[in-house]
Design a protein around this ligand. Structure first.
Ligand SMILES: Cc1ncc(COP(=O)(O)O)c(C=O)c1O
Length: 361
């Protein structure tokens, strides 16, 4: 194994904090005081050998799967690591989307995978070109890695494309890891997990993005019973037990998470339309409008790059967005809009000022 710096994660942790912070990719942090949990009901120790049973039950019932198909994890970050540890052997090929949330590329590489990339192109609405995708598979392909909704663009894959992609992978004996951490920003059928035990799909998610509960570190993996068993035995190498009190709070609030989600819905809609308005009017910006979620990935059209825009915002206007190069696309920038509308409005004004200043041309 080799652990190289994950530039994006390091940058997120060490970047200068700004008055207007549009770098984050979740709704605003939810506070413990607003959760319906009584302190006297909580304990430090309890039964959670392979996950706290009421939490396993809550996850299984939300996603209509059996408990044997659920593995709890310390956030999706832990889930990514566990899945790669369970499946990848040195030299296995792993096909990974680009642009990509960097840990989804870095972790397979840490496990000595040979990584190949399939492009999600701007001019194709960040969908997946299945023909090109199919041409990348080989008998050595062990795993396909993608996000749905896509981070950084918020694009949604159609059920049909996803089914076809899984079929192509299946024929080649590869498994498909779908990171659905943003999917439940959508509503109804679109928000339903793609996990199915009959297919070679592994799904990971957590309470971080949609529900603003990242501090609980409540993540999970949906996997076949055989893979779930292997994942649990890998947990024995890493953390043996989960954090009981966190699992206990998560289990208690699982039936409240839809109402927690509803609280941010109006703000997100308002914010998305503010951004859409700006991009409609601002000829130096273009985008593929996200299907939903909390991030978008505008492209800067003239005279400067997304990375330069991010630097100028920081230097002149105490405003931060994620430079596109962290997602392998320096012409873009990622903007998170899970903030208060007045904060976003000020951030957008600052973007207009940078684009209108002409100083960079
Ligand atoms: C696609 C994706 N997966 C996983 C994570 C990590 O989430 P967690 O807080 O659950 O570890 C993130 C966070 O940005 C993400 O964007």
């Amino acid at each position: 194994m080799r652990f190289e710096t994950i530039g994006f994660i390091e940058w997120m942790k060490t970047r200068a904090r700004t008055k207007i912070d549009l770098t984050r990719s979740s709704v605003r942090n939810f506070s413990l005081k607003n959760l319906n949990v009584k302190r006297e009901e909580l304990e430090i120790f309890g039964p959670n050998d392979y996950g706290y049973p009421p939490l396993l039950e809550a996850v299984a019932s939300r996603y209509k799967v059996k408990e044997e198909n659920v593995v709890t994890a310390v956030g999706s970050s832990h889930a990514i690591f566990l899945v790669c540890a369970a499946l990848i052997e040195r030299g296995d090929e792993v096909l990974i989307e680009t642009p990509v949330y960097e840990p989804l590329l870095a972790v397979p590489r840490a496990f000595d995978a040979v990584t190949k990339r399939f492009e999600r192109r701007y001019d194709n609405g960040y969908q997946i070109d299945l023909e090109k995708f199919a041409s990348l598979l080989s008998p050595k392909t062990k795993l396909i890695v993608l996000t749905n909704l896509h981070n950084p663009t918020g694009a949604l894959l159609s059920r049909r494309d996803l089914r076809d992609l899984v079929g192509i992978a299946h024929k080649s004996g590869a498994q498909v890891l779908i990171d659905e951490i943003y999917l439940e920003f959508l509503e109804g059928a679109e928000s339903e997990t793609s996990f199915s035990t009959e297919e070679n799909i592994i799904v990971i998610s957590s309470l971080t993005k949609v529900f603003g509960l990242g501090g609980l570190r409540c993540g999970w993996i949906l996997a076949s019973s055989a893979l779930a068993k292997r994942l649990r035995s890998i947990i024995d190498y890493i953390n043996v037990d989960g954090v009981f009190i966190g699992e206990q709070i998560s289990a208690k609030i699982f039936d409240q998470i839809d109402s927690i989600k509803d609280e941010s819905k109006e703000t997100l809609e308002k914010n998305m339309s503010m951004i859409a308005n700006l991009i409609r009017k601002e000829e130096k910006l273009s985008w593929v409008e996200p299907a939903g979620g909390v991030v978008c990935f505008p492209r800067v059209e003239a005279g400067l790059s997304g990375d330069e825009l991010a630097s100028l915002l920081l230097e002149r206007y105490d405003t931060s967005v994620v430079p596109g190069s962290f997602f392998e696309k320096p012409q873009h920038f990622r903007m998170g809009f899970g903030v208060r509308p007045d904060t976003l409005a000020r951030g957008l004004e600052n973007i207009k000022k940078v684009l209108g200043s002409g100083l960079h041309f």
